[in-house]
Design a protein around this ligand. Sequence first.
Ligand code: COA
Length: 167
Amino acid sequence: MICLKNTTAIYPGSFDPVTVGHLDIIRRAASLFDNLIVVVMTNAKKAPSFTVSERVDMLKKTVADIPNVKIDSYEGLLADYAKKTKADVIIRGLRAVSDFEYEFQMALTNKKLYPDTETLFLTTSAENMYLSSSIVKQIGSMGGNIRGFVPDVIHDFIIKRLYGKDE
Ligand code: COA
């Protein structure tokens, strides 16, 4: 296993909520880099269902067993956050060809704004290719079964928040 010493990687996203797909990327990135910061950010195109503090709490519970991962939040540009944290690498998970155009644009823009960082893509595991936070919210808000889509440790909280009652 490669572990890049003295490197800081950041994994940004809206994490509304964090899914097992994100967790897979977090675990794999944490094994590659010395320090990994998972940062809750704002996607201007989305209206989140969970508050920033709820998303941060869910992530903290999700990564409690991974020692080199920290959770943070930031309102502003990803390139500015990368600069502030002196991040060597920005991690992105690629799901399908449809993600590619947007990801390519983002990576190039961030490189232009902050040239000292590189964007690194990890391929999403095959079993999570179809998954998204919106799908989880849609199923959960109609009382459907989201076990296996979200980390077990936050399952009950998500159901309660989306569906308004315990399972
Ligand atoms: N497995 C399963 N699902 C995954 C996944 C994985 N490995 N990786 C991502 N997804 C899902 C997410 O849940 C999300 O679902 P949703 O659209 O239903 O919410 C979807 O794929 C898209 O995720 P992502 O591409 O990570 O977008 P995001 O909204 O989570 O994050 C930001 C985008 C926040 C990083 C971006 O908007 C940003 O950088 N904002 C800061 C402002 C800025 O700098 N803007 C200029 C950028 S050039």
